[in-house]
Design a protein around this ligand. Structure first.
Ligand code: S3P
Length: 428
């Protein structure tokens, strides 16, 4: 589908961004591991969380979905039984990597498959440590899905220092570790999102600036009965849109404010954005609040490696903010972006090229020479079938003087099913 986006003079209104994609998928997978019933409210209808839910059902959970309430009766760690020999993770890297950990832990032989984008993303980062834990994994060219995962040898709990700041890798190893008599310890130097640790209530020790997270059979898996917060990574598009489109005021309700996810708030505030947070509270193990953003003139910023895991999914939309910020901004130490749903450094560069922005593509980031008065007429954007590139291109389109087009725009539904409708609401 090619979507045409009209320029905006103003964006106004109140919206509730979609349920958090990362937390929804974890809620489903952890409910499978919990022996009993979990009732998850505000479960995401987006494609990735629905793929995760279907996989969990295929592994023996009893799933009922009524509107946005999902009830899951989990068989528990000892009751996992595949109903088919193939699990389809669709576009979801989180589902594939977390489920691989579960399958290795449970010793269940299943094939994990995904769509062409997921099948082109390296799984080597999980294959190597899982094999150290006793798994046998057959992968296309040794690194890509389909992955056939089995474990015949006993599970080997291990101490594992993360070589990449990745929450998916961290969670994969911890989930396998949950099946071991002895604890598996994951050592983390750069903090990535901590939903797994929070929702499973895992033990965390801090030593020499590093976190050591443990998981073993002794950990009880709590039931996952809570309301999923609105997705901060989806709110991010409106935080930037509301800042760069003049005469705007957008309120977003019940948005997740997990401190390991929301570096964008500090980044935008440092850039001069007008953002207020109200009604901060806890929802289950996760902090949430309402966010109000108003138009503001932005200035440049430098984002370095330490902050990248805390804003990894927001970098495409941050690049849009940088385009309209006064001065030269940089993103560095973000090589991981090349391993997302598409090579996002390349895709951001192509998006900026389409409007004639002043930028340079680096191996591990971008240099963007911004200007609050930057103008372009219209553009035709390629989304590369990547939801975040499609949505970032839509926000960029709002600043043209004529309608712009976005190719394969339906991919926004991978994380944000109502994105195009919410845009209409804010344009009125
Ligand atoms: C996710 C972790 C991040 C993020 C992805 C979701 C998760 O990936 O980019 O969208 O749910 O754990 P990495 O762990 O590969 O950095």
């Amino acid at each position: 589908m090619i979507k045409s986006v009209t320029p905006a003079n103003s964006l106004r209104g109140t919206i509730t961004p979609p349920p958090d994609k990362s937390i929804s998928q974890r809620a489903a997978i952890f409910s499978l591991l919990h022996d009993g019933v979990s009732v998850i409210r505000n479960y995401s209808p987006a494609q990735d969380p629905q793929s995760a839910l279907a996989c969990v059902e295929q592994l023996g959970a009893d799933v009922t979905q009524l509107d946005d309430v999902v009830s899951i009766e989990g068989p528990g760690r000892y009751g996992i039984r595949p109903l088919s020999d193939e699990l389809d993770c669709g576009n979801s890297g989180t589902a594939m990597r977390l489920l691989a950990g579960v399958l290795v832990g449970a010793g269940t032989g299943v094939k994990l498959i995904g769509d062409p984008s997921l099948s082109s993303r390296t799984m080597k980062r999980i294959i190597d440590p899982l094999e150290e834990m006793g798994a046998h994994i057959l992968a296309r060219n040794g690194a890509y899905a389909p992955l056939f995962v089995t474990r015949e040898d006993p599970l080997v709990p291990m101490e594992y220092e993360l070589p990449i700041a990745s929450a998916q890798l961290k969670s994969c190893i911890l989930l396998a570790g949950l099946f071991g008599e002895k604890p598996t310890k994951v050592i983390e130097t750069l903090q990535s999102r901590d939903h797994t640790e929070r929702l499973l209530n895992l033990d965390i020790e801090e030593k020499n600036g590093k976190k050591i997270i443990s998981a073993s059979l002794k950990d009880e898996i709590p039931n996952q009965s809570y309301t999923i917060p609105a997705d901060f990574s989806a709110a991010a598009f409106w935080l930037v849109a509301g800042s760069i489109v003049e005469d705007s005021e957008i309120k977003m309700e019940s948005v997740g404010l997990n401190p390991t996810r929301n570096a964008l708030l500090e980044i935008l505030k440092k850039m001069g954005a007008d953002i207020t947070i109200e009604n901060e509270r806890m929802e289950g193990a996760e902090p949430v609040g309402d966010i109000i953003v108003k138009s503001a003139e932005l200035r440049s910023i430098h984002i370095e490696e330490e902050l990248i895991p805390n804003c990894i999914d927001e970098l495409p939309i941050i690049a849009v903010a940088m385009t309209f910020a006064y001065g030269t901004s940089t993103i560095s130490g973000a090589g991981e972006l090349r391993h997302k749903e598409t090579d996002r450094i390349m895709a951001i560069a192509k998006m900026l090229k389409a409007v004639g922005a002043n930028y340079e593509e680096m191996e591990d980031g971008l240099v963007i020479r911004g200007n609050p008065d930057f103008k372009f007429k219209s553009a035709r954007f390629r989304s590369f079938h990547d939801h975040r590139i499609a949505m970032a291109s839509a926000v960029l389109s709002l600043k043209g003087s004529d309608d712009s087009q976005i190719e394969d725009a339906e991919c926004a539904a991978v994380s944000y099913k109502g994105f195009w409708d919410d845009l209409e609401v804010l344009l009125q």
